[in-house]
Design a protein around this ligand. Sequence first.
Ligand SMILES: [Zn+2]
Length: 224
Amino acid sequence: MTNLLRSVLAVLASAWTCNAAAGLVTEPPAGVDEPRFYEQLRTMLFELSRSKDPFIRRLHETAKASPGAIHIRPITDDRSTWNSDGTRTRGHTDPDDRRPKSEGRSKPSDATVYVPPEAVEPGKGFWKSGTLVHELTHAIDLANGRYNAKVTIRERRATFMQNIWRSHSGAALRTSYHNRFPTLDYQEAVRRGALEDYARDIFTRSDFPKPPAASATGATRDDD
Ligand SMILES: [Zn+2]
């Protein structure tokens, strides 16, 4: 190997390492001072990394290795952290480029996740309900350029991962997206023994299997 080739490889390797480390940012952005939130966030992310569930572990690994950066912030009194619909308690994940979500993203885009602080407090409602896991799924879709233009697909993917979390946390499985459309893909995947297939789509593609017929799962419970 020539010296030139060697130094080119060294530069590439360090760029790669740099990129891989940039994916999941666990420090507060400049101007955000919420030490307790970030301490609990880091603990929760560490727990995701050693979850007994392989899909939850993979969600964390994918976030960490994303080409785009993922920032996480608590929703506070500051209205700029609220959901655009004005609901203070509703988690959301926004592309940092601020272009409309409906454009989708086929190239990695930096993303910022906003969650209620209780989402990272073990045992609290937003922790049990898997808000962070839901939002991290949107974040990996953005940060890997797999962000579908269709809101139904994006939310069914995020809710699939959220229901995996709920299957362990004891919270009831989510069956709809705010009563707008059903989110029964996790239930269907379990019924068909196809969790791996659904998860593969989440971690390698931007689309998702067709939604199951409503009669297949029999679930009608409303989401909160
Ligand atoms: Zn969502």
